[in-house]
Design a protein around this ligand. Structure first.
Ligand SMILES: [Zn+2]
Ligand SMILES: [Zn+2]
Length: 437
């Protein structure tokens, strides 16, 4: 059952991602629905009408009505596909006698935006792998028995000029285990296990190890000039698309990603604001439960329990990568993540250890940058300007403030924190925080 639940959570995250990525709409609260039926209603006077029955993720049905010229929109919809509605107009359903009834429905108002999750028709050619069949089978039949006669399906995918199969329109999730030579347009969703810049090359190439339920792959991220993805930490959940698989001369599988190539995305879900903003994207966990799923980004509603003055530091950090930096004896400033000097492009950032609490337990966690500033409700510069005794007073006032946080089991990136020489470093990282109003 847990697999089922996880998978349905994934599907939800994945569907949302399609339109989030396509429309760069990251922060809006949006509801996701499945289209159950589309029907043409009797004209209202001389105005055409269409009624679309939508079902949300709690199986609640609601009517979505299109009027007049809006009925053309229905041509874009298909039964069974997903649709997200942002700021729909809420109205009363009008009955046969042209009177408003008690029943509420949604309409397409002037501020409404519709996002469609692309649906791709399956054809013949590429067989689904065992992992995909298992997952699809679980989802379709709701049973975990593999021998229950699952119907294997095939899809047809185009090949490029070099004979690589283009998976960019493949409608199923790809797993680490399924990757092999001559595949392009692959998307992977998983947890970061390790990340570092490749040595012995002047190009900006970073090796990223990603784990999903089938195994670990190492992706080589090729940047045009320098790292440009902000802070990406171990334990973070990411979605990467536009991957290419090939064989090296040593017959090793190499998975590559090239910055700014068409169809390439890198989304750090652990740091995506929509994860906290949209209730359809997450399920709240209790702090006492998070240890059971260490490869997840958990969303918890917590209180600040204890913040000690000596657990806050404000340190210079490299803006491009969010990594803490230290001045060397010759006066130069070295970023151990980017492997470069960074005399410019630095700002002060918090490094915070903090105890979070909810009704189920307490967790000691660490966080940096904007997340720490959100929890402390103050910028590093403002905090540093406070006299010592006022800092303690200020921290005291924060106790019991309530936040929604995203937490991952994030090992610190070794290279970076060596210079901080902290012995007792918490295991959990807070990747995002938002104050509860
Ligand atoms: Zn709350
Ligand atoms: Zn850097």
């Amino acid at each position: 059952m847990d697999c089922l639940l996880l998978y349905s959570n994934f599907l939800r995250a994945y569907s949302i991602l399609y339109f989030l990525v396509g429309n760069t709409c990251y922060t809006r609260k949006t509801n996701l629905y499945r289209i159950e039926s589309i029907e043409t209603l009797e004209p209202f006077g001389c105005t055409q009408r269409k009624q679309i029955i939508l079902v949300d993720n709690e199986d609640v049905k609601i009517k979505f009505l299109l009027w007049g010229e809006q009925v053309l929109l229905a041509n874009l919809f298909s039964v069974g596909s997903m649709l997200a509605l942002d700021r729909p107009f809420v109205a009363n359903v009008v009955n046969k006698n042209h009177e408003a009834s008690q029943e509420l429905c949604l309409e397409y108002g002037s501020a409404t935006q519709i996002y469609l999750v692309p649906v791709i028709q399956h054809e013949e050619q590429v067989l689904l792998t065992s992992t995909q069949m298992k997952s699809q089978g679980l989802r379709l039949s709701g049973i975990s028995n593999e021998n229950q006669g699952l119907k294997a399906s095939q899809v047809s995918l185009p090949c490029d000029s070099r004979g690589s199969i283009d998976f960019s329109k493949y409608p199923f999730r790809s797993y680490a285990m399924d990757l092999h030579d001559k595949m392009t347009g692959i998307s992977i969703y998983g947890t970061i296990m390790d990340i570092s810049r490749e040595k012995n090359t002047s190009e900006a190439v970073f090796c990223l190890a990603i784990e999903d339920i089938t195994g670990v792959i190492v992706v080589k991220l090729h940047f045009i000039g320098f790292w440009s993805l902000g802070r990406v930490g171990i334990g973070h959940t990411v979605y990467i698309s536009g991957l290419t698989c090939s064989m090296t001369l040593q017959k090793m599988l190499e998975v590559s990603w090239f910055e700014k190539e068409p169809g390439t995305y890198f989304v750090n879900l652990s740091c995506l604001p929509a994860l906290l903003n949209s209730s359809c994207l997450h399920k709240l966990s209790l702090l006492s439960d998070i240890s059971n799923w260490i490869n997840n980004t958990h969303i918890c509603c917590v209180h600040l329990d204890k913040i000690e003055h000596n657990n806050i530091q404000a340190l210079p950090c490299h803006n491009r990568c969010g990594c803490f930096v230290k001045e060397r004896s010759d006066g130069s400033v070295w970023c151990s993540f980017c492997q470069c000097n960074c005399e410019t492009g630095r700002t002060y950032s918090f490094l915070l250890h903090i105890t979070l609490a909810d009704e189920g337990g307490k967790v000691l966690a660490w966080c940096v940058g904007p997340t720490a500033a959100e929890l402390l409700q103050i910028s590093p510069d403002e905090f540093l300007m406070l006299p010592e005794d006022e800092r303690a007073m200020y921290l005291y006032t924060l106790q019991n403030e309530e936040f929604m946080v995203a937490i991952v089991k994030g090992k610190r990136r070794g290279d970076e924190f060596l210079l901080l020489s902290q012995e007792h470093f918490p295991e959990w990282e807070i990747t995002q925080a938002q104050k509860c109003e």
